[in-house]
Each structure stands twice: as structure tokens, then as C-alpha cells.
Design a protein around this ligand. Structure first.
Ligand SMILES: *Cc1c(COP(=O)(O)O)cnc(C)c1O
Length: 434
């Protein structure tokens, strides 16, 4: 399969290059030149298949031309060591729980898959050297990437995070791992971490010394595998005879997650329509209303993983539908909620059903409550476990959210990190010594 850039000015790439590079030379996002439709027979029998079987079928359609079938089978099964169940919340509203992975957030699926696919391609290279993944994080990306790559042979991960600016629950998820993961505590803010990483990628001497790559969320190997759990959600709803008028609702920030769902739809997944649920960062919502895409600086909200003022995957969605506003609005609608709305939703849902929403999932639940029509069933993604935002959730609901054992285990771990100034010369010297 060939991949082209959404900016149209970079050379066509194969999967290997698209995965190792992440972003195309013209700073566009890679898109597959074709999206293979899955046969009707697959959808006729999907409810009899397991999550892993479904995922392998979908993965073969995307990656089967470029990855050996046995290797792809191992990558998929090794990635999906946890379930993504569909659970009824209230009436015809269901939640697709994506928080059963190692860091209790949906990014685990993409990060684990990407780590394994990157390893597969590195092993094929002549005289392959260890690859070093650099990732700057303000919290959640660092933990998903670090845990996704944990113990993956031939890859070392450096997580750069701003000192004192990451919550203790987030910090322990990438500072306690050891093995091939090094946490670097930068005396600065997130932008300083990002600048160090960018400078490292551009430094010729450093790139001569060691092989560097990123694990950016725009990477095709990170966003496409997210389609797996939408197919599984359809299968589990079909099992219950509730899949005919299915609405899928995705709390969105950079729009990678919903983009994967839309790719699934192009492969034939029978979802009737989609809702992109936003917090107060309403750039996509405004685009749907006006046809104008106007990025803005992001606003801080309760659902902070969705605080994005210029969603990077908008370029993919725009390209997927031939830049047609009419086409996009025919399949996707939007919703936007303030922090006050989010709090109210969390309280209402807890009172009515006992279900504890996290602030991101709350946007999804409310969008279905507001937008679901008669005869439709709705599934929203619960993108993180509420315990990841324990302080906020406890305060809003007046409860004491239970911390799952795998999160508690991180919190008991021994924190280890390398102290670093925000001066690139220091970071470079450190890397040259590795
Ligand atoms: C990253 C994230 C999102 C947003 O996902 P996108 O793919 O960027 O749209 C939503 N919720 C949580 C908890 C996240 O970590």
C-alpha cells in the first residue's frame, strides 16, 4: 500500500517509511491511497467473532500487503491483551469502555500497536541499530507511549516532561517503568520539552550518533488500529440485536480517534452516523456550522486531553471526504460543552444510573442524550478511567473513586528520572553519552 501526504507535496511513501517518519516531508499527514472494503460475509458473521479475530481481519485490510501475515497476527494479538467492552449506561445509550489497558486510556491501543509494528520494520533493516523514540508530554501521551513500548526489544524511549507540571498519577505511569524507558524531568514547561525534542530531530551530529524517531499521534500506526474497537463495538451491539441504527459518538481533541472510526465506516462498517463531542474547544463544531475551519489557541478545560485549538487530524477527515463540507456534515454532527455542562452531566448520569463518567466521556454521553433520535442506539467512547482524574471526579460527584489495582501499582513504584535543564546543549550532551 502506498501512502500520500495530505499536503500533496511530499513523495509517496510505503508503510515502512510512513511509520518510521510519522509526518511527511511537507508536514502533511500520510493517507493510504486506497481503503479496502471488507466483504459482506464478514459483517454477516461478525457477532460470532472475538475482538482479536475481528481486529486481525481489519488489520489485514489496512496492513496485509506490507506485513507478513503471521507477524501481523502476533502484533494484533499482543497489542490487544485487554478487552474493550460495550456496557449499557441508560436506555439506548451504551459506552465503549476503552480504559482497560495498561494506562487506563484509549491511547494504549494505538501506542502498543505502533511499538510492535515499528519493531517489525526495524528488524528488517540491514545492520539495524537500536532506535530511540523521543516524546514530549504534558501528561497522558507520555504514559501511553512509554507503556506501549515497554520491554519492546531494539527500541529505547525517552519521555520528556515538565517538572512540577504533571499530576502525580500521570507522572508515576512513566517514571516507574525502568527497562527501556527513561523519564527526563525538564526544568521548564511543556513547550520547552517539545523544543528539545524538535531540536534533537534537526541536529545532524546527534542523528549521526543515534537513530531518532517520534511516536507522534498522527502516525498511521497509532491512529488506524483504533478502528479495531469500533468494529468490535458493532459486533457486540449486533449480538444483542441493537446494531441497525447505530450512532457512534467520540469525545474528540486531535480527532485521531474519530478519524479511525470514519476509516472503518469507509471499509463498510455499518454505522449510521457519527457525533464528534467537544469541550469548549469548538473549532470542529464551528466548522460544521459555517464551513470555515478557523484554528484558535486552545482553552483549558476539565476534559484537558481534548484541549486542542487546531486538531491535526482535521486534515485527514477533510481529505477523506474530498474536501466537501456537505459530505462531512452528512455523516458527522457536532456538540460542544462547557465545564459547567460537563459537571452537570457527570452528576446527572451518576444519579440516574450509578455510572461514573470521566470528564471526557461526559461530553460523549451528553452528546448522545442531546442528539439521539427515536429508534437509534448510541455508543459513546469512555476514553479514560475516571480514577485518572480522581481529584476532579471526587469533588464533582462527592464520592471516593476507587483506584484500579494496575494504577495503584504504578503509584507504589519507585520514581526514577533524569534531571535536565531546558538548554538544548545539555540534552544533546546527555544523548551523545548514551
Ligand atoms: C487523547 C484523548 C482524547 C482525544 O482523542 P483524539 O484522538 O485526540 O481526538 C480524549 N479523551 C482522552 C482521555 C484522551 O486521552
Amino acid at each position: 500500500m502506498k501512502y500520500y501526504s495530505t499536503n500533496g507535496k511530499a513523495p509517496i511513501a510505503d508503510l515502512h517509511k510512513a511509520v518510521v517518519k510519522g509526518l511527511a516531508e511537507d508536514r502533511g499527514l500520510y493517507m493510504p491511497e486506497r481503503i479496502n472494503k471488507l466483504p459482506q460475509e464478514f459483517f454477516d458473521n461478525i457477532e460470532k467473532m472475538s475482538f482479536q479475530e475481528i481486529a486481525y481481519t481489519v488489520a489485514s485490510a489496512f496492513f496485509g500487503e506490507d506485513v507478513d501475515p503471521d507477524a501481523l497476527h502476533d502484533i494484533v494479538y499482543d497489542t490487544l491483551q485487554f478487552d474493550c467492552p460495550v456496557v449499557n449506561v441508560k436506555d439506548s445509550i451504551y459506552t465503549l469502555e476503552l480504559f482497560h489497558g495498561p494506562t487506563l486510556a484509549f491511547k494504549d491501543v494505538g501506542a502498543r500497536f505502533m511499538a510492535r509494528l515499528l519493531q517489525y520494520f526495524i528488524k528488517q533493516e540491514n545492520n539495524h541499530k537500536e532506535v530511540n523514540v523521543l516524546v514530549a508530554t504534558s501528561g497522558d501521551t507520555g504514559s501511553a507511549v512509554a507503556n506501549g513500548f515497554l520491554g519492546v526489544d531494539g527500541i529505547h524511549v525517552y519521555v520528556l516532561y515538565p517538572k512540577g507540571k504533571v499530576s502525580p498519577i500521570q507522572e508515576c505511569q512513566f517514571t516507574t517503568l525502568g527497562k527501556n524507558i527513561t523519564a527526563i524531568e525538564v526544568d521548564g514547561v511543556f513547550d520547552d520539552c517539545q523544543a528539545l525534542v524538535k531540536n534533537a530531530f534537526m541536529d545532524a551530529e546527534l542523528n549521526d550518533h543515534m537513530k531518532l524517531t517520534s511516536a507522534n499521534s498522527i502516525n498511521v500506526a497509532r491512529f488506524l488500529p483504533q478502528a479495531f474497537y469500533y468494529f468490535n463495538a458493532y459486533a457486540r451491539m449486533k449480538e444483542q440485536g441493537k446494531a441497525d441504527n447505530l450512532v457512534m459518538c467520540v469525545p474528540s481533541g486531535n480527532f485521531g480517534n474519530i478519524c479511525a472510526a470514519l476509516f472503518g465506516h469507509e471499509m463498510g462498517l455499518p454505522i449510521k452516523r457519527f457525533i464528534a463531542a467537544n469541550n469548549a474547544n469548538d473549532i470542529f463544531y464551528k466548522y460544521l456550522q459555517t464551513g470555515k475551519y478557523e484554528p484558535k489557541p486552545s482553552k483549558q478545560t476539565l476534559a484537558n486531553a481534548m484541549d486542542v485549538g487546531d486538531p491535526s487530524n482535521f486534515a485527514r477527515i477533510y481529505d477523506l471526504y474530498g474536501k466537501s463540507h456537505a459530505k462531512i456534515t452528512s455523516i458527522i454532527s457536532g456538540a460542544t460543552y462547557t465545564d459547567e455542562d460537563i459537571k452537570q452531566t457527570m452528576r446527572e448520569c451518576y444519579k440516574a444510573s450509578g455510572y461514573i463518567l470521566d470528564p471526557h466521556g461526559a461530553c460523549g454521553y451528553q452528546a448522545l442524550k442531546d442528539g439521539l433520535r427515536d429508534g437509534e442506539f448510541g455508543v459513546f467512547c469512555e476514553t479514560a478511567h475516571p480514577a485518572k482524574f480522581k481529584e476532579k471526579v471526587d469533588e464533582i460527584l462527592g464520592i471516593d473513586v476507587e483506584i484500579p489495582e494496575r494504577l495503584a501499582a504504578f503509584m507504589r513504584g519507585q520514581k526514577q528520572s533524569v534531571a535536565m535543564s531546558k538548554d538544548f546543549a545539555d540534552f544533546k550532551n546527555y544523548l551523545l553519552d548514551q
